[in-house]
Design a protein around this ligand. Sequence first.
Ligand SMILES: Nc1ncnc2c1ncn2[C@@H]1O[C@H](COP(=O)(O)OP(=O)(O)OP(=O)(O)O)[C@@H](O)[C@H]1O
Ligand SMILES: [Mg+2]
Length: 268
Amino acid sequence: MADGESSVGYPSTGAFAIETRGLNLWYGDFQALFDVDLGVKKGIITSMIGPSGCGKTTVLRTCNRIIERLGYVRTTGSVYVLGHDIFGDDVEIVQVRKQVGMVFQRPNPLPISVRDNVLFGFRLHEARLRKVARAEEDEVLESALRQVLLWDAVKDRLDRPATGLSLEEQQKLCIARLLPVKPEVLLMDEPCSALDPAGTEAVEEMIWQLRGDYTILIVTHNMAQARRASDECVFMLLGRIVEHGRTEELFLAPEHTETADYIEGRYG
Ligand SMILES: Nc1ncnc2c1ncn2[C@@H]1O[C@H](COP(=O)(O)OP(=O)(O)OP(=O)(O)O)[C@@H](O)[C@H]1O
Ligand SMILES: [Mg+2]
């Protein structure tokens, strides 16, 4: 299919930060995704829901090509990030990962200081291009930590190991360290699942504040979180997208019985 054409009736207008077309994915012989056509709009929060094993993590991991770390994965179809086919021959994977940052279920800070965690990606990308002064690093560090509402809590512990922070703080830090390279998209795979209720609330509130500055695609098992914290919602089942719409409408008047069954808790 030529660039700009569409399998689902809309042209590649650039309205989407992420767009998949006819995406199929196999782990070895097992097909995990079937013909996934997903358009994630720029600058809003899209939540992704569906029962365990329906392919949510797989979709996220495909969108920044992290899935390829597994040698036995095969895909067909296309994934566009900001209009560019990320499976294209001329694509630099480092650029893709810079544009599309990812946060995992369990916070995974590096076993280095808070400061070095936040500046890790920035140094990697910027140091290739130019010498960065300490004063600029300090600004980048403070700005990233402020955006995730963590600055006040850690400003006196910047040189202490990040692994000593609480889980909530660690997850905020893992989001903060993506920001200095100015990603367009943040993929979050159940970012609150390891947190207690207070931590969940704090991190959700923070994610909501990032709305507008970033395109966010967030997987959650928490219906209340999806409903409260997202503009659009995608419901997946058995490797397919069943329904995608405005969150309010999807919860109030789902078009498909499978969606209704899921949001009403009739299956896992
Ligand atoms: N590394 C892997 N190797 C083989 N099969 C896998 C692998 N990862 C996931 N799968 C399979 O692919 C399907 C989709 O898995 P995925 O992890 O994407 O689901 P999910 O919706 O994120 O589930 P959960 O809500 O439990 O996180 C499942 O059947 C799963 O068993
Ligand atoms: Mg998952």
